[in-house]
Design a protein around this ligand. Structure first.
Ligand code: XIL
Length: 358
């Protein structure tokens, strides 16, 4: 009697379980990798750094942003808050508040940090740009700035973009406040001061449009080659990789460029990758597939090169990206959509990382 009742109960509950499982299976999105595998796990297995630039506004206000960032990446770059203007707003005052928050988040989640950036011609405070300085004064300002910021984070920052976007035309430096006020040796001085401030940190020269082969990448190559010939402490070159599906970089050219930098003894980081789709052709879906291919090609090239040790995207969700503001067009340049759903580009990176052998 009791068993009969139990039997009935069991078959009833198995039906419910069956039903529930079926509903669950139907409602699950089709994903090609086990749901619990992340870019971060896969990168860790390869001893590789996978990172994203971090917006302080998003980090402060959006819990999903924080969750996805810590889950998918093992490296961060502060997108803006370590730049000259926000971190050194007055001649005798530094403001580390926002940068400290990103550093604290990264440390709490065992993530490495790329410092960005010490010497640039943009994001400069008025107190600096609106005064005429002598060469000696400007050198002292830059030396102190570099020393103060690097010392504040000594031991916490894995690599610094010491000099950003200094190359102008063929074999000439961009005419900036630093180049005009100090002279072209400002680049080597900056690296020497940075190295004094933190001898452990890796020091990078970072630039855009010099990822493949051509005049600009040649100019970057000869700049860093000259620095090395003068025993300047420089350890790597950052290839920013702001690209679009219309003019994607040639993977074989990027590979050749990374290799020649490696032959100088330099590391390479992909530092700011995003891929615009607004100027491409095809439906939105087709564009997203083309975008995935560009991401896949570049990560593939990097993972094949022993001296390419980090791959960082400039943000990670289309919810927070500088592209629409900077280019005046709606765009979707990153690997998660605005609702944090992985895009084809994310799946493409998972695939490359799963099959790589760095
Ligand atoms: C951009 C930020 O993403 C924007 O939020 C800011 O308004 C301007 O700077 N090259 C660099 C980055 O080295 O620092 C720039 O970041 C993008 C181009």
């Amino acid at each position: 009697m009791i068993f009969k009742g139990l039997n009935k109960y069991l078959s009833f509950s198995s039906l419910i379980i069956l039903g529930l499982t079926a509903t669950l299976l139907i409602s699950l999105p089709a994903i090609s990798q086990p749901a619990n595998i992340t870019l971060r796990d896969l990168a860790q297995e390869q001893n590789f750094h996978i990172g994203a630039a971090v917006s302080i506004k998003a980090l402060r206000n959006d819990p999903t942003y924080r969750e996805v960032l810590a889950r998918e990446f093992n490296m961060v770059t502060p997108e803006n808050v370590m730049k000259f203007k926000p971190i050194h707003p007055e001649r005798d005052r530094y403001d580390f508040t926002a940068a400290n928050e990103i550093v604290a988040f990264a440390k709490a989640n065992q993530m490495q940090i790329r410092g960005h950036t010490l010497v640039w011609h943009r994001s400069l405070p008025d107190w600096l740009t609106e005064t005429e300085w002598t060469r000696e004064e400007l050198m002292e300002i830059l030396r102190r700035h570099i020393f103060t910021v690097i010392s504040h984070y000594r031991g916490d920052i894995y690599a610094w973009d010491v000099v950003n976007e200094a190359v102008g035309g063929k074999d000439s430096l961009r005419k900036t406040i630093w180049q005009q006020g100090i002279g072209s040796d400002y680049v080597e001085l900056a690296f020497r001061w940075a190295h004094e401030a933190d001898p452990q940190a890796l020091l990078f020269y970072n630039d855009y449009d010099g990822e493949g082969l051509g005049e600009k990448s040649d100019a970057i190559y000869s700049l860093v080659k000259d620095l090395l010939a003068k025993d300047v402490p420089i350890h790597g070159v950052g290839l920013q990789m702001h690209k679009s599906i219309k003019n994607p970089p040639k993977p074989e050219d990027v590979a050749t460029n990374i290799k020649r930098l490696g032959e100088l003894g330099l590391e390479v980081h992909i530092t700011e990758m995003d891929v615009q789709i607004h100027n491409g052709t095809g439906t939105q879906e087709e564009r997203l597939v083309k975008q995935a291919k560009v991401y896949q090609d570049i990560l593939g090239v990097c993972l094949k090169a022993p001296n390419c040790t980090a791959f960082v995207t400039w943000g990670f969700t289309d919810k927070f990206t500088w592209i629409p503001r900077a280019f005046g067009q709606p765009d979707f340049p990153l690997i998660f959509d605005k609702s944090y759903r992985p895009k084809p580009a994310y799946q493409a990176l998972v695939e490359v990382l799963s099959t790589a052998n760095h």
